[in-house]
Write a protein that binds this ligand. Sequence first.
Ligand code: GTP
Length: 323
Amino acid sequence: MATIMAVNTTTSPKNSLAKFVLSPKTRPFKVMVLGQSGVGKSALVVRFITRRFIGEYDPNLEKIYGFQTVIDNEMVYFEILDSAGDSHESEYANLESNIRWAEAFILMYSVTDKCSFDECHRLKFLINHNKRRRRLTSSMRDCVLETPVVLVGNKTDQIGDRMITMEEGKRRSKEIGCVCFHEISVRESIDQVWGVFCDARRFWRVSNKWTRGRTEGEIHSIALGRPLSRAASDATADFRTPFCRRWTEMELDEEDEVTFERSDSTSSSGQSECSEEFRARASTDSRLPPRPSRPRHPRTVRTFAPPVRRMSVAMKGNNTSSY
Ligand SMILES: Nc1nc2c(ncn2[C@@H]2O[C@H](COP(=O)(O)OP(=O)(O)OP(=O)(O)O)[C@@H](O)[C@H]2O)c(=O)[nH]1
């Protein structure tokens, strides 16, 4: 049973969560939730901590919630920063210092809002920029994984208002280098919300404990629960039972390969695997369905040798050739 352990606010809390103090020995796991205003960041955090969906929150307040719970048989002390959605130019420094503070990120958009989806690009860029700089000065030079960023599309319950398809979400997750992708409804499913935080923790734990000396492929095998070595499988046993459906970077790669193969075989009928349902309304890039494969340099069949053209001295320098 999860219990609220600490609420350490940078500004006043939005709701009636009580204040507690973390033991000084406790090493908190620092997660930052970020995304455009109105995507449901506060709803996500409060749902995770209290299990309740609360409809309205005071926007633009930034706060850190403390929360203690058990994940994969391990006690975890979360410090969750619910960042303000609309950062003005003047607050950029604050946003960047918050990013440097965090150890894992939940990057959120609403499937009903294309702007919030596009904003994820910029925010991921900021995360990369700030975390890379820190890594260069840290002792973790051999860490092959970036700080884990989980991409989350929220409000799937608003079916009629959807603007971003699941396929687009998966593709964006891969493009911007997130460790995994979730589609959720904070309103409808507490399990989906838990799945997001559990994955943030799991990928953070894997990248911290097991990355030294391992290749990126090995780390993803660990994360997916594939056997590597005894020690590695110890760390990953619980990855096999996620709370909800989600896609890791590796799974997205594999899906892409399968889709590509299928598209090869269906290309003759001109059918694409991608759903076109929302594309007209919400296309965020200009990708076309894969083209049928064909040899890059088709062999030209020559039945006779090309005539050798000899130029007389008089023709040299004259380009008005009829050849
Ligand atoms: N239908 C639906 N509405 C949701 C869901 N999650 C959040 N909302 C609503 O979306 C609105 C915005 O939610 P917030 O949690 O305040 O969003 P935020 O990202 O914290 O916004 P800022 O504090 O302005 O950054 C609220 O009215 C929520 O009730 C969801 O899963 N489904």
